[in-house]
Write a protein that binds this ligand. Structure first.
Ligand code: ZN
Length: 427
């Protein structure tokens, strides 16, 4: 699989992805070689909650030439040179005005930074310090050419793939497809997610798994809007991002730190003896921001390897194929697979009557003579009552076991008993 990952890294890296555009379609088509993704589109101009799908953007060419006609900066050398969503430009400029349109990396002088301006019509070139100096020392006026297109009749594309399990309830696994020519940020996540889906497609699964490949933020907002009703079937989500760096495994908790996905991932990491960094939930991040918003409140956790924001090559041309290795993507993939295995073992029950208590004596589950004193140790009846109280269709038996300090085996045995009595259902 290492060779396969290297091939996809090489094929997908050069494409100038953004939140819309032909390279996104091409990227999804390449991923179709791994899994039968359904490629879907949403028209530019469509309103999705508080946002509007922007016109489709495609960049044909962009360069800066000195007065002798020498191309000093060219989009053809690196996609990061042109700020994503730059508007067209064709003019002569002197150094004093051109320098205001150049962006360098504050911390890495030899790297080209990555910048976007999706919603503010603007243009800029991103350059390393050497290129900046070369321009500064060259003779102007400079010819600045940006050949980009904005198509109001275009669309935003995304990919979707569903693996049906026994249950209608779903686990959502999402990743984003909107970054050009960076290997850890975006690309590693796209490849890992597709490979994870392929591996899982051969398994007999309890949960259904929905994989989505969307442009970050606007794509996920659009996805949530289009699938608003379907989102109710999603129990938990994993947001896959930055999974191929050489640094430590990172685990970002979901918004409710007591949710079962967090203890599950932590258990996997400890069992695998992984030295990891735990990040608490933060509203700065990836598409967990949309999935966890008030209308959805889906607990969405992330396992990364060199998490976004944290590694020094983040959002720069140094996040490239020298930095990301297939072996690292495989290591993170292994942890995702073990997490899925644990998710498949979740045992979750739900009371069929959440409105107040059952009249248990009717089912022979309660002492007929009332008024007894509280005993120190939990009786079988106490445990049954706790199970009925806590089985909300969200908590799993491991969490209930931890909460009431009774073995998980006992909780499962008594939950099955309550199922037979018709008071609980298994999710
Ligand atoms: Zn990013």
């Amino acid at each position: 699989m290492k060779i396969e990952i290297d091939k996809y890294l090489k094929d997908l890296f050069p494409l100038n992805r953004s939140i819309t555009g032909k390279p996104n379609r091409r990227s999804l088509k390449i991923l179709k070689n791994i899994i039968p993704l359904k490629i879907k589109s949403i028209k530019s101009g469509t309103k999705v909650y508080d946002w509007i799908i922007p016109p489709e953007w495609n960049a044909n060419d962009a360069y800066i030439k000195d007065s002798n006609g020498k191309k000093i900066i060219s989009l053809k050398n690196n996609n990061l040179h042109l700020m994503s969503y730059s508007i067209p430009c064709n003019k002569k400029m002197n150094w004093n005005s051109l320098k205001n349109k150049l962006i360098t990396h504050i911390k890495l002088p030899d790297a080209i930074p990555y910048r976007t301006s999706y919603y503010d019509p603007n243009w800029a070139f991103c350059v390393n310090q050497k290129q900046y100096n070369e321009l500064k020392n060259s003779n102007g006026p400079f010819s600045v050419k940006i050949d980009t297109e904005f198509d109001k009749n275009g669309s935003l594309v995304y990919g979707e793939y569903l693996i049906k399990g026994e249950s209608k309830k779903e686990i959502l696994i999402s990743t984003y497809i909107c970054h050009p020519s960076m290997a850890n940020d975006c690309l590693s996540g796209m490849i890992l997610t597709a490979l994870l889906a392929r591996k899982m497609s051969n398994l007999k699964l309890k949960w259904s798994y929905r994989f989505v490949f969307v442009p970050e933020t606007i794509g996920m907002i659009a996805y949530c809007k289009i699938n608003e009703k379907k989102m109710k079937d999603i129990d938990t989500a994993l947001v896959v991002t930055t999974v191929g760096g050489s640094g430590k495994i990172g685990f970002k908790e979901s918004w409710d730190k007591n949710h079962k996905i967090n203890s599950t991932i932590e258990t996997v990491l400890k069992e695998r003896k992984v030295n990891f960094i735990k990040y608490p939930f933060d509203i700065r991040g990836s598409d967990e921001r949309q999935l966890s918003s008030q209308a959805f409140r889906i607990n969405s956790a992330t396992i990364s390897k060199d998490k976004y924001f944290e590694y020094k090559f983040y959002h720069s041309s140094k996040d490239n194929l020298d930095y990301v290795k297939s072996i690292n993507i495989l290591k993170t993939l292994d942890i995702y697979l073990h997490t899925i295995r644990k998710i498949e073992k979740w045992k979750i029950y739900k009371t069929i009557m959440p409105n107040c208590e059952y009249m248990l004596s009717k089912k022979d589950l309660y002492n007929k003579i009332g008024g007894s004193f509280l005993e120190k140790d939990k009786s079988r009846q106490d445990i049954l009552l706790w199970i009925l109280f806590l089985s909300d269709g969200i908590l799993n038996t491991q969490q209930i076991s931890e909460k009431i300090k009774v073995s998980e085996a006992k909780i499962i045995e008594l939950s099955n008993y309550l199922c037979k009595k018709g008071l609980l259902i298994k999710i």
